[in-house]
Ligand binder design. Structure first.
Ligand code: FAD
Length: 696
């Protein structure tokens, strides 16, 4: 019976940019070959599946977005299972396996999947297969591929145990059960999180390669291109060579211009002029902080403070030109690129990337479609070896993608944000085909910025605040460079500035000779909003550019206070931090005026690089230290007055430090232990009263 009938499982995915969907499609396709059939649904289609009555095993592939949130499309599902009224055994019938996707560069790694996993467990659901955590930072495939490979074993085991249970029950009832014909299952389910095909690249008879390696190891300093013993002598475990799947044809005919809105057909995109650009920090400040004011008066854009906007940005023009030259395609820059899927590819589910418009030019493709600065994954390095002619370079690339070369990969590629162009410069004999870049580089992502203005206060105007990101030279890159989007925006406003004075300060009224236009679309926030009840107190913590959404909040509040005189407005606290009074005190005048007119009732600003004052008074340097000084107020507001706590800015350090300061404050003020304080913070998060808008 079971041998002939396909065994069904339910396959759900929560996707933000299509990765989970693609993985779910891959699982679905492989299911057939393994004698299973999958019913696949997006978590957004909650009416099409029913976990409450689901009897078959469930497989969930779940992405993470923003600051550790589940994908937008799955929020309804998450809300549904988070319902506190649900009993503890609500999903006691459920057997599931979950694959969580994330990026370990972010604080809340794989948190979208973890949220769902935790909640299903709380409601009685049980794993039939261990959760996989795939890390986009080093390559999702390192976990995804082995996880899928062992999923079939786990499903076999699950169906076997179901059949055995059924047989036992039927035997008890003395009913013959028929022929099961269930395939044999390995006794020990071993989940490999990283599998590599073992290939010794130092074959004894490969003398030229061996010589090159010995030469390379002689008295060299460890760097991106050179290794030292023992790595340069050891045999390597390297990833399997990814199967190529795209055929690229570059026509002789020139391509036409393609509208940027085609890049994100699912979004309502607007092209808007930059009306004004202001440098908020002084020339000698460590960071360059810019504020852009966009004119949205001719659009239908409607937003609330707390919303963010995505800016569609291009890759740097000179890098695109260099890359085209490295590919040997300089004469084809403006020619049409045609992509087809190779008919003989072994890659399952191979498809043309849907973010590359038909008939676009080579230059357009590398400028607007591919993240050419993306971290080259190990599978990409492995594939590049095939296009490298120099033996020593080949060996070093193999080392960098090998298990043994992991720390070199992290140190020389990941930590230095090395791009494919950097690699092609460092390994000049590597000449990959264009198809390899298209197969391995991800989609160029628009960059998100929090609105730093209020529509209510300044109709038709939208402001952003950002630091121009800088990358220093390093082993493998001789020149400094700026972030893709922030560098482009800074150049855009500088290049269009009318006169030299405006170029320097960028704040004169009609500063632009021609107003530069940028393409944006909204990314509305569901939670990071002012409380509906204006009477409840709020605490905002936003050092540096983290101040951005709070300027929007405060402008909004200021207008509300003028318009709704009868309303009660709760206390409004802001903890802000910068380096010094004179160089990077963002929005100094505007913040002062909020204090003067009573919009901001408690304003606490600290300076991390200012010399200590002569009095003996303790001056905190960082916002988390300042919070501790007001611990009684913080605890009262959060535990007695139903207040809100907002944090915005750097996710890697500040948000973590603020979180642990809050936990310490709760411990000290409420006389509870660390665990209890963490529980209080978790419930504040659940009630959407501890909200974060963090990045980095
Ligand atoms: P990229 O070329 O993408 O390089 C960024 C990489 O550089 C990161 O991977 C990081 O590892 C590294 N890096 C080094 N320094 C920094 C730094 N200071 N910031 C970011 N990355 C750094 N940014 C703002 O400045 N203001 C905002 O209001 C803002 N709001 C955001 C809201 C949301 C919801 C999110 C998700 C992000 C927000 N960001 C904001 C971050 C912003 O989207 C970009 O990531 C940032 O401006 C860098 O973009 P880039 O293309 O210039 O850098």
């Amino acid at each position: 019976m079971c041998g002939t009938l396909k065994r069904r499982f339910l396959l759900l995915y929560g996707t933000q940019q299509g990765q989970s969907k693609a993985i779910a499609e891959e699982i679905c396709q492989q299911a057939e070959e393994h004698g299973f059939v999958a019913d696949v649904f997006s978590l957004k289609d909650i009416n099409q599946f029913n976990l409450e009555s689901e009897k078959d095993p469930v497989v969930i592939v779940m992405s993470t977005t923003g600051t550790g949130d589940p994908p937008d499309a799955s929020l309804k599902f998450v809300k549904k299972i988070r319902n506190k009224e649900l009993p503890d055994d609500y999903f006691a019938h459920l057997r599931y396996g979950l694959l969580a996707l994330g990026d370990s560069e972010y604080t809340y790694f794989c948190n979208g999947g973890k949220i769902v996993d935790r909640r299903l467990q709380e409601l009685g659901g049980r794993h039939f297969y261990d959760t996989g955590y795939a890390d986009d930072c080093v390559g999702l495939e390192l976990v995804v591929e082995p996880w899928i490979k062992d999923l079939w074993v786990a499903l076999e085991r699950e169906f076997l145990s179901r059949a055995e249970n059924k047989t036992t029950i039927e035997e008890l009832k003395d009913v013959t059960s028929g022929d099961h014909n269930i395939p044999e299952v390995p006794g020990n389910l071993d989940i490999h999180l990283q599998t590599f095909s073992l290939e010794s690249e130092l074959a004894p008879n490969n003398t030229s390669l061996n010589k090159a390696v010995s030469d390379a190891c002689k008295e060299v300093e460890l760097s991106l291109v050179h290794s030292v013993p023992p790595l340069c002598h050891c045999s390597l475990n390297i990833p399997a060579l990814p199967s190529p799947y795209l055929h690229v044809l570059i026509l002789d005919s020139e391509a036409k211009d393609i509208d940027l809105s085609l890049l994100h057909p699912e979004e309502k995109m607007f092209s808007v002029p930059i009306r004004q650009a202001k440098r908020l920090t002084t020339e000698d400040a460590v960071k360059t902080t810019l504020m852009l004011e966009l004119d949205i008066s001719n659009t239908t854009i409607d937003f609330q403070p707390g919303d963010s906007f995505c800016i569609v940005c291009p890759n740097p023009c000179d890098e695109v030109t260099d890359l085209i030259a490295k590919l040997g395609l300089s004469d084809k820059q403006h020619c049409q690129v045609c992509l087809t899927v190779k008919s003989d590819t072994k890659k399952r589910g191979a498809a043309k990337p849907n973010y590359i418009p038909e008939k676009c030019s080579l230059q357009y493709l590398l400028t607007w479609c591919l993240e050419i600065r993306a971290l080259p994954k190990k599978a990409f390095l492995r594939a590049m070896v095939e296009s490298t002619s120099d033996a020593a370079e080949k060996r070093r690339l193999l080392e960098l993608c090998s298990k043994q070369g992991n720390s070199d990969y992290n140190c020389f590629i990941r930590d230095h944000a090395i791009s494919v162009l950097d690699l092609l410069n460092a390994f000049p004999s590597c000449r990959p085909p264009l198809s390899l870049l298209i197969e391995h580089l991800p989609r160029l992502q628009p960059r998100t910025y929090s609105a730093a203005s209020s529509n209510l206060c300044h109709p038709g105007k939208l402001c952003f605040v950002f630091n121009v990101v800088n990358f220093e030279p390093c082993s493998g890159r001789t020149l400094p460079r700026t972030g893709v989007c922030t560098g482009w925006l800074a150049e855009l406003v500088r290049g269009n500035a009318k006169d030299s004075e405006a170029k320097a300060v960028m704040d004169s009224k009609d500063m632009f000779a021609a107003e530069p236009q940028i393409s944006i679309f909204i990314r509305p926030s569901t939670l990071f909003r002012l409380p509906l009840d204006s009477a409840v107190p709020i605490i905002m913590v936003g050092p540096g550019t983290g101040i951005a959404p709070f300027i929007g909040f405060l402008q909004h509040r200021e207008m509300q206070r003028q318009q709704k005189k009868e309303c009660i407005f709760g206390n409004t606290w802001l903890f802000f931090g910068c380096r010094s009074h004179d160089k990077d005190y963002l929005f100094r005048d505007e913040l002062r005026s909020f204090v003067e007119n009573g919009t901001l009732t408690h304003f606490k600003v600290c300076f991390s690089r200012e010399a200590p004052c002569t009095t003996n008074e303790y001056m905190p340097k960082y916002v988390q230290e300042y919070l501790k000084m007001y611990s009684q107020d913080v605890v009262r507001i959060l535990t007695k007055e139903n207040g809100y706590f907002y944090v915005c800015g750097d996710a890697k350090h500040m948000a973590k430090d603020v979180n642990s300061a809050l936990a310490d404050i709760l411990c000290a003020e409420l006389c509870v232990d660390k665990l209890e304080s963490m529980k209080i913070l978790a419930s504040l998060k659940d009630e959407n009263r501890y909200l974060q808008d963090i990045w980095g």
